[in-house]
Write a protein that binds this ligand. Structure first.
Ligand SMILES: [Zn+2]
Length: 127
């Protein structure tokens, strides 16, 4: 699972509607670096949809040490190619292989296995 995906996920347990984003990483076993082709326009399109506080929190929890030495909320036109590449490296190339995500509101655990987050709920947890 990519950090981009994590940034777009929230807890969807029934009645869990506040403080349900971002999901916290727990018991992370494996984060791998993947080679993914760089498409600057794709990253540019994603930037306005991202929550950068959540991204930084996730990087902290996963011990991803890359520094982001620029303001993430700046105008999209002012991003340089190098800055987009740095974000690409973090959002697209860090792959969480194994671990768990926990909702800080309701405590629901979403396992990640073989790089795939399991967002399925039990029947009584569904909205
Ligand atoms: Zn929840």
């Amino acid at each position: 699972m990519r950090l981009l995906t994590h940034n777009l996920l929230q807890c969807h347990v029934k009645k869990c509607t506040t403080n349900n984003f971002p999901l916290n990483f727990a018991k992370v076993m494996t984060v791998e670096d993947r080679e993914v082709e760089f498409h600057p326009q794709f990253i540019e399109r994603m930037i306005p949809r991202l929550d950068f506080d959540a991204l930084k929190a996730a990087m902290n929890q996963l011990n991803i040490m890359e520094e982001i030495p620029f303001d993430l909320n700046k105008e999209i036109e002012s991003y340089t190619e190098d800055e987009l590449k740095l974000l690409h490296g973090i959002l697209m190339q860090k792959e969480i292989i194994d671990g768990e995500m926990v909702c800080k509101n309701c405590g629901h655990v979403y396992p990640i296995k073989d790089g795939i987050p399991n967002m399925l709920l039990e029947e009584d947890e569904v909205k």
